[in-house]
Design a protein around this ligand. Sequence first.
Ligand code: 2PG
Ligand code: MG
Length: 417
Amino acid sequence: MSAVIEDLIARKVFNSRGEETIEVDIVTTSGFGRASAPAGKSRGKSEVVYYPQGGVDQAVKKVEEVVSPEIVGLNANFQEEIDSTLHEVDGSKDFRVIGGNTAFAISVANAEAAANSCGSLLFQHLGGTIAHELPYPLGNTISGGQHTRGRSPDIQEFLVLPHGAESFLEAAATNIKVHRTVGDALGKKDKLFNEGKSDEGAWAANVDNSQALDILAGACEEVSSESGLECGLGIDVAASSLWDSKQRKYVYERENVKRDPAEQLDFILDLVRKYNLVYVEDAFHEEDFKSFEELTKKVKTCLICGDDLFTSNDERLSRGVKMQAANAIIIKVNQVGTLTDALETVEMARKNKYVPVMAHRSGDSCDWHIAHLAVAFKCPVIKTGIVEGARIAKINELIRIEEFLGDRAKMADLKML
Ligand code: 2PG
Ligand code: MG
C-alpha cells in the first residue's frame, strides 16, 4: 500500500500536567497517524532540547514553515529517511532548532501513519511477526523527590514489578491491587492522608524513604500471598536531583542527611539487601559512571538501571557498556527525539545484555504509542505508572495487544530476577 505523506499538521495541546505540548497528524495516501509528546520534570542534562525558543507556538510554526515542505512527498514506510530528514532540517546536535519534542511527535506519528496505511498495528509494523512478547509493567506506588511537594520521601519513585505474572492482564491487575493496598496502609498510618496523588498517579504521602519501602513491602507480601504471584520492589532514586555538586554530597532533605558517593553506595546496597530490591534506577547522579559500576558489580539479582545517566543516548550507553556501569537502561524516545535514534540505543543495549525499559514521562498524555514500542523493541519491562488517565491509556493498550496476539502472546523473559 502506498504511504506517501500528503499532509503534516502540528498543533498545540496539553499534557497531563496542563503544560503545553505538541501534537502532530500525518496523512498519507492511504492512512493516518497522530502522536503527542510527553515531558519530564526530572530531566537528564543530556536530553535533547524540547522546543525552540518561543516554545510550542514556535515549534508549530517551524513545522509549517521548514519541516512540512521537506517531509510532505516522502514515503512514511521509510522511517529512517523521515528521521534523518528531521535531523537535517534541524541541523543541530540536540534538536534545538525545531525542538526534540517536535521531532518526537513527527517521528511517532509517521510510524503510526505507515502502520495504518498498510493495515498493521504499530507494534507489528515496527517489530514484525516475531514481536509477541509482553513487557512486565513496573508501576509507581508512592511518589517523592521532584514529583511531589511538601513532606514526601526524598526518593522519587517506589515501584512494584509483578515478575511472577503469567499474563500482562494479570500483571496490571496485580499492580492495581498493590497500589490500593499501599493507599489503605498509608491511610491507617496517617489519619490526615487524603489520598492525594502525584502526576503519575502514585500516592503523595507524608512518609520518609524507609516508611515508604516498609509499606510497599507489606503490600507486596499481602498481595503475593493472596494471589500466589511474586512481586518485586524497585526504586527510582533520581539521584541527580539530590546531588549538590558544590558539597559533593547527596542531600536528603526529608531525612536531614547528606551522603557522599561512598555513603550513597552503602545506603543503596543496604536497601537492596533489606528489601530484596529487583530494580534500582539512577542511584547516583548522571555523571558518576564509576559508582554505578561499583553498584552493578556488587548486586547480582537486581536491575541496575540508568535513566538520566544514559538519556536513551547510544554514545552515553556505549560509555556505560565499556565500564559495565549498569545492566538496564530506561528508553524514553523524547530524550533523543526520533524512533530511529531510540532503536539504535535499544539494539546496542540488547547486544550488550542490558535490559531496555520503555518508559513514560511524568507529564504525559493519553497517547498509547509506548505500549506498542515496548512490544516492537522487545523491552521486557515498561515503566508507565499504575493508575491515572495517561498511564491507564498505555496499560489498556497492552491488554488489547495481548488479546490481539492470542495464543502467540507470551510474557517477556526476565529470568535474571
Ligand atoms: C523518571 C521519569 C518518569 P520524568 O525519572 O524516570 O517516571 O520522570 O519524566 O519527570 O523525568
Ligand atoms: Mg528516572
